[in-house]
Design a protein around this ligand. Structure first.
Ligand code: MF3
Ligand code: CO
Ligand code: CO
Length: 296
């Protein structure tokens, strides 16, 4: 079988390097009618859909709307507001800008954004919880614009943070940076997780195992999975045109979690603080470009 849509919208000659990243000529690889023998770690193995420059431009536009949405939330956040108010802001801002909030009705999720406070690791359902001075709150925004998905999140301080809040937010932010620094063609998915785990555990924090980053762009969650822990050299090799999120969830205590009765909200089992930052990244010829850029 050929790789499906490796280069939507881009022409590749028979003698060019195969866009699947094998290092072989196109005619000796994915162009052939006979199924090629898949080397280990070949991106086709997991049906990764590479993005063309046209696709990247679409995801970049969706990403600009996601970042503008996070900026809007940050400017309005204050003690005393409910998590449902954040949901309303995100929903309205998204649709006003011709976007669609991807979480709404995604696998039964009832709201337009995830809002995760303090011990909530991720997938918090907006509701009547009132934000208190000293809380940390993660807002995760995924927007569909012209059919393209971009996904990013940030953890904000509510009012004045205490020492633990400062620590976990700083470690989570730097964890994403450490992961991003490993993104370049030739490196592997496992290199990203290894860098994050080495850093975060070195700060006496823990890395959540049950949720991972993911391919994104044509759909909300695509292959490959991007674990935030692991070993150097493990997993698929990175090639230009891959688009995926890195979104490490970092806990002050242990990495174990519980899912609440609502079947969505993930909380730390020891109720310690958890923080997260997420961006959507493109693998470029030289390294990476964030399609949802914000300073870390
Ligand atoms: N945005 C989350 C992620 O980073 C997924 C949320 S799924 C939802 O992958 F249904 F809760 F919205
Ligand atoms: Co994501
Ligand atoms: Co997200």
């Amino acid at each position: 079988m050929r790789v499906d849509h490796p280069v939507r919208g881009v022409k590749v000659g028979r003698n060019d390097l195969c866009p699947c990243g094998s290092g072989k000529k196109f005619k000796k690889c994915c162009l052939t009618e006979n199924p090629p023998v898949m080397p280990r770690n070949h991106p086709q193995k997991s049906k990764i859909r590479l993005k063309s420059p046209v696709d990247v431009a679409g995801i970049r536009r969706a990403g600009q709307l996601v970042v503008a949405t996070l900026d809007m939330v940050e400017a309005k956040l204050a003690p005393g507001i409910t998590t449902d108010a954040i949901n309303s802001w995100v929903h309205q801002f998204t649709v006003e800008h011709q976007g669609i909030p991807a979480p709404l009705n995604y696998r039964g999720f009832p709201k337009s954004t995830c809002v995760s406070v303090n011990e909530v690791i991720c997938h918090g359902i907006p509701g009547q919880r009132v934000l208190q001075d000293g809380d940390i709150v993660n807002v995760d925004v995924t927007t569909i614009l012209d059919g393209y998905y971009a996904d990013a999140n940030k953890t904000f301080f509510v009012g004045t943070p205490g020492i633990d809040a400062r620590k976990i937010v700083a470690v989570a932010s730097q964890s994403l940076k450490e992961g991003m620094s490993m993104v370049r063609p030739g490196n592997c998915v496992g290199d990203i997780g290894w860098a994050i785990q080495t850093y975060a555990e070195g700060q006496s924090c823990s890395v959540v195992r049950d949720f991972v980053g993911h391919g994104v762009g044509f759909d909300f969650h695509e292959p490959p999975q991007i674990p935030h822990f692991g070993q150097r050299g493990d997993g698929v090799r990175l090639v230009p045109g891959m688009v995926f999120t890195i979104e490490p969830m970092i806990n002050l205590g242990g990495y174990e979690l519980n899912i609440l009765e609502d079947q969505w909200t993930a909380v730390t089992r020891d109720r310690s603080l958890s923080a997260q930052f997420e961006q959507t990244l493109l693998v470029t010829e030289n390294g990476w470009e964030s399609l949802t850029p914000f300073p870390l």
